[in-house]
Design a binder for this molecule. Structure first.
Ligand code: HAM
Length: 427
């Protein structure tokens, strides 16, 4: 029989590495709470048209990378429907914002999410077909201040604080402004004009994009396209005064709190919903897939999905990439967690008493490994040494007298400890 394995591009996350995942998530929850964000959980699959309309038909994500299927109607009351595993979470959050009329409170909605996303990309280091994002969105009616450049700066400042708190150093923040919806047509027209005489020199994909969605030409990672891309007009030269002032205000707020950045006029990001501020945090240690996270403003997304005017800004971090970066700093491995004690019953007749003792210690908040009375003492010691800081021996004498024998591995010292004092001793 052929052995079944996890599907290409997916993987199992195992202990002790999952400790690191939990640590990253706990740090995110702690930091986001300080900025008064609440958690949102949206479904893992959605109507395909949400992504086609939100992320954009001509993006790589929608045109090549989605896991989409036709969900057949089972009953007469059901219609068949095209469904897609979410490739990102912003479209889902904005759909939920519209569906639950969250804008009617008149307040800014500050929502974060943690969960798997799916893209059928070519797997490589830091790039998977099922990957995890930790993201957040700030969205609301303009009267709540959702368009303010202060929101952009605050979100970016939060990210720099998060990475510092997590202990990830050596990142670079790259920023750009892609202008408003009204700046876009002028820039796209200029791109079309510049591309017309040279587009044949590019990859087939980019020749197609030059026709259908010229902005996406800039996303190409094909080295064959680099020379042409370098000659194309820059979006910075097409921003109107309002967009320029907005970007300048974001930069000055970042300057005021000492968050360092670089400006990259080619950072347009691979999703169609962006307006004005776009950004990425990169890390040299990641190799080719060097974006730790990406985000930006999407002032028109709610309206694109049929909702009210609700400007917003957000980001998503690649959790897989955060963990890879932390693992590199730890020299590729996480020490397995150690229980406070391993309880070794001397004989199967003592198994039940051992479970009762383990229950007592666990109720006192200790982490406990429970051996088995069928083990020889030597085997118990070996197992205990690998998994716990101390071994507690429970024989008939110990059970009757209530005085237990404890050996602490770090010191090699063996001690008699009354049962009532055991939890405190092991702490
Ligand atoms: P994105 O740039 O497509 O943006 O993805 C954000 C981050 O997710 C990337 O920087 C990367 O760390 C991680 N990522 C993306 N694809 C993969 C993959 N195949 N394997 C591992 N990690 C990956 C978005 O998804 C937007 N929704 C972000 C956003 C939120 N913009 C505004 N709000």
């Amino acid at each position: 029989m052929t052995l079944l394995k996890a599907v290409r591009g997916t993987r199992d996350l195992l202990p002790p590495e999952t400790e690191l995942w939990n640590h990253v998530e706990a740090t995110a929850r702690r930091v986001f709470a300080r900025y008064n964000f609440g958690e949102i959980r949206t479904p893992i699959f959605e109507d395909t048209s949400l992504f086609a309309r939100g992320v954009g038909e001509e993006t790589d994500i929608v045109s090549k990378e989605m896991y989409t299927w036709e969900d057949r109607a089972r009953a007469q009351s059901e219609k068949s429907q095209s469904l897609t595993l979410r490739p990102e979470n912003t479209a889902g959050v904005v759909r939920a914002y519209i569906e639950h009329k969250l804008g009617e409170s008149g307040l800014l909605q500050k929502l974060y999410y943690i969960g798997p996303q799916f893209r059928r990309e070519r797997p490589q280091k830091g790039r998977y077909r099922q990957f995890w994002q930790i993201g957040a969105e700030v969205i609301g009616p303009p009267s709540a201040g959702s368009e303010s450049p202060l929101r952009d700066a605050e979100v970016i400042e939060m990210l720099s604080s998060f990475l510092d708190e997590l202990g990830i150093t050596g990142w670079t923040l790259v920023l750009n402004s892609v202008g408003s919806a009204s700046d876009r047509p002028k820039y796209v027209a200029a791109l079309r004009e510049a591309l017309a005489p040279v587009k044949d020199q590019m990859s087939l994909d980019n020749q197609r994009r030059a026709e259908t969605n010229p902005l996406r030409v800039l996303d190409s990672k094909d080295p064959a396209d680099e020379a042409v891309i370098a000659t194309l007009p820059k979006i910075a030269d097409f921003l109107d005064d309002e967009s320029k002032a907005h970007f300048a205000a974001v930069l000055s707020a970042l300057d005021a709190c000492g968050v360092k950045y670089e400006i990259n006029p080619r950072l347009v990001r691979g999703l169609d919903y962006y307006t004005r501020t776009t950004f990425e945090f990169t890390h040299g240690g990641l190799g080719a897939q060097n974006a730790l996270l990406g985000g930006g403003r999407y002032d028109g997304l709610s309206e694109m999905l049929g909702g009210p005017k609700a400007p917003g800004i957000g980001f998503a971090m690649g959790e897989d990439r955060l963990v890879l970066t932390l693992l590199a700093a730890l020299d590729q491995s996480v020490a397995p967690p150690q229980a406070a004690a391993f309880i070794a019953p001397l004989g199967e007749g003592l198994n039940a008493a051992a479970l009762a003792l383990a229950r007592e210690l666990r109720h006192a908040g200790l982490s406990v490994e429970l051996g088995d009375g069928s083990f020889r003492l030597k085997k118990s010691f070996e197992a205990a040494d690998k998994t716990a800081r101390a071994i507690v021996i429970l024989g008939e004498d110990e059970l009757k007298s209530g005085i237990l024998t404890v050996k602490t591995f770090a010191t090699g010292v063996q001690t008699k400890v009354p049962r009532a004092e055991l939890a405190v001793f092991l702490q």
